[in-house]
Design a binder for this molecule. Structure first.
Ligand code: AHG
Ligand code: MN
Ligand code: MN
Ligand code: MN
Length: 334
């Protein structure tokens, strides 16, 4: 049940709490909150007007772009540009970083944003949850100079804030600034997000494993062994299997119901599929802030220094003991 605290009020803060409303970070989170409402409104019309399906172009990853991929990308870029609140954006749908010089053309904004404007976009046409993922960093280049690629190639540890907007049965905005995770549900009739999930903590004992098992034969031996372990009749197993195919939805379920979500490397995908900057890092930050763990099978996602803005990374995230168990199987098979 939603409380009567709204996201706007939450950003204002209570005496003694962090107050974001009048800070650049607060204004940036407000811009994201607004763009999320615009995208939510558009997605809710899918099937009624001609906004589903592909657009006929591919992105830098070679994926066919959906109409709503492009709509969401433009909604977030335009909102962040018009509000003059970031100096640059990396998006899944843009090959190169987008430079934003600001209304006075002086590069004075201090934050950069990485984003997956629409995650799980192959699920749009079948009415399944999709989402927007975002991560926020301080630029490392000096204020007053154009944004550089290095501003985006920071380890996830440097994230100032991260989160997602899920367009599911409800639209929700979930984010962290490093002080726990809070979730807000949109009341679409009045356009206001209410605090519905304060201080989210991943349940300690999970019994769900989530992976695209269609890739099983191509997984490393350690991952195969771990999957067999999940399925064995022993102690509290077999675990239940769930896989939406939208990372946002799979990770969100894991945060609320416990368990583990993973997208390993495979013979055809030596680094897995998920992108480090705008999929793995923001969701790893959330998972850790909710008391869980997120690794690439060997090391913490957030410790990895990116080398490329669109680089891919295996991802194992969820309840800590389950993630450690998966890592143990991987280490034993190596
Ligand atoms: P996107 O739609 O942003 O390109 O991301 C798709 C990702 C992610 O959302 C999901 O978990 C994964 O692709 C599903 O991939 P498979 O179909 O290989 O399981
Ligand atoms: Mn895509
Ligand atoms: Mn995605
Ligand atoms: Mn996407």
């Amino acid at each position: 049940m939603a409380t009567s605290v709204t996201l706007g009020e939450f950003l204002l803060g209570r005496p003694g709490d962090f107050q974001y409303e009048n800070t650049e970070l607060g204004r940036l989170l407000n811009a994201i909150r607004l763009a999320g409402k615009v995208v939510s409104h558009e997605i809710r019309r899918a099937g009624l007007v001609d906004i589903t399906g592909t657009i006929g172009s591919t992105n830098i990853q070679g994926e066919e772009q959906q109409k709503l991929d492009i709509f969401a990308n433009e909604a977030f870029i335009n909102t962040l540009t018009n509000r003059d609140i970031v100096c640059g954006i990396v998006s899944e749908e843009n090959e190169e970083p987008i430079e934003i010089r600001g209304s006075d053309n002086r590069n004075r904004n201090k934050y950069v944003v990485v984003m997956d404007p629409l995650d799980g976009s192959s699920n749009i046409d079948v009415n399944i949850t999709v989402g927007t993922i975002f991560g926020i960093y301080h630029r490392v280049s000096p204020i007053g100079t154009p944004v550089t690629t290095e501003d985006f190639l920071q380890s996830g540890n440097n994230q100032v804030a991260a989160g997602f907007i899920a367009y599911g049965t409800s639209t929700m905005m979930v984010y962290t600034t490093g002080n726990g995770v809070n979730g807000f549900t949109l009341n679409p009739a009045i356009g206001t997000y209410y605090l519905s999930h304060p201080n989210i903590e991943i349940p300690k004992k999970g019994n769900i494993y989530s992976v695209n098992e269609g890739g099983y034969v191509h997984f490393p031996q350690g991952v195969k062994n771990y999957i067999k372990y999940c399925q064995r009749e022993e102690e509290d197993r077999p675990y239940r299997a769930r896989y939406v195919g939208s990372m946002v939805a799979d990770v969100w379920r894991t945060m609320l119901q416990g368990g583990i979500y993973f997208y390993p490397e495979s013979t055809g995908k030596p680094h897995g599929k998920l992108r480090l900057l705008y999929e793995c890092n923001p969701l790893a930050f959330l998972v850790e802030q909710a008391g869980g763990q997120a690794t690439n099978g060997y090391e913490r996602i957030l410790d990895i220094k990116p080398t490329d803005i669109h680089q891919r990374m295996p991802f194992f995230g969820g309840e800590g003991e389950m993630v450690e168990k998966a890592m143990q199987f991987i280490a034993e098979a190596d």
